[in-house]
Write a new protein. Structure first.
Length: 168
């Protein structure tokens, strides 16, 4: 599977059921905000199919391996509370509030340096793809480039002047 990542963070807002392809879309996102009554699952095996739209590849990278394999091999659905306990969900909300909270979370992310956010996402993705091994030198180079960029100077100036940064 060739992974294509957008240049900006993507946040999923889950209300109701995120099952099969819908859950695979949520797994492809950077952050998941879910209503407490949401339900997740990859039930493909119950129909003689395989979750090849990203589910079988992404779920074991997002939650503990034993949980991922259990979900994939049994096809059982699971609650938003379980998803939160496993670390899949960034935030649980009251029913009907997931989209609103996802928008607020996006606003918080968007208020940060676009350059620093993009490089941070790249470091996280590169590290995860490499299994966490051997990436410190490239990560250091990327981080140094961010520290020398205009956004870093603006961030420091905004901090010292006690104002919101104005990103270029």
């Amino acid at each position: 599977m060739t992974e294509v990542r957008p240049s900006k963070p993507v946040i999923a807002a889950v209300e109701g059921y995120a099952v099969a392809g819908g859950f695979e879309l949520a797994l492809a996102c950077d952050l998941v905000v879910a209503a407490r009554d949401a339900t997740f699952g990859l039930p493909e095996v119950k129909s003689g199919l395989v979750a090849i739209g990203g589910g079988a590849q992404l779920l074991p990278r997002r939650i503990p391996y034993a949980r991922a394999v259990e979900v994939l091999l049994t096809g059982r659905l699971f609650s938003a509370t379980e998803a939160d306990e496993w670390g899949l969900v960034a935030e649980l909300t009251d029913p009907g509030r997931a989209l609103e909270r996802a928008h607020r979370l996006a606003e918080v992310v968007a208020a940060n340096s676009p350059h620093a956010v993009a490089v941070t996402r790249r470091i996280v993705a590169d590290t995860e793809r490499a299994g966490g091994a051997g990436l410190f030198p490239p990560s250091d180079e990327l981080a140094r480039a961010v520290a020398q960029a205009a956004d870093a100077r603006e961030g420091a100036a905004a901090f010292s002047e006690k104002r919101a940064p104005r990103w270029g």
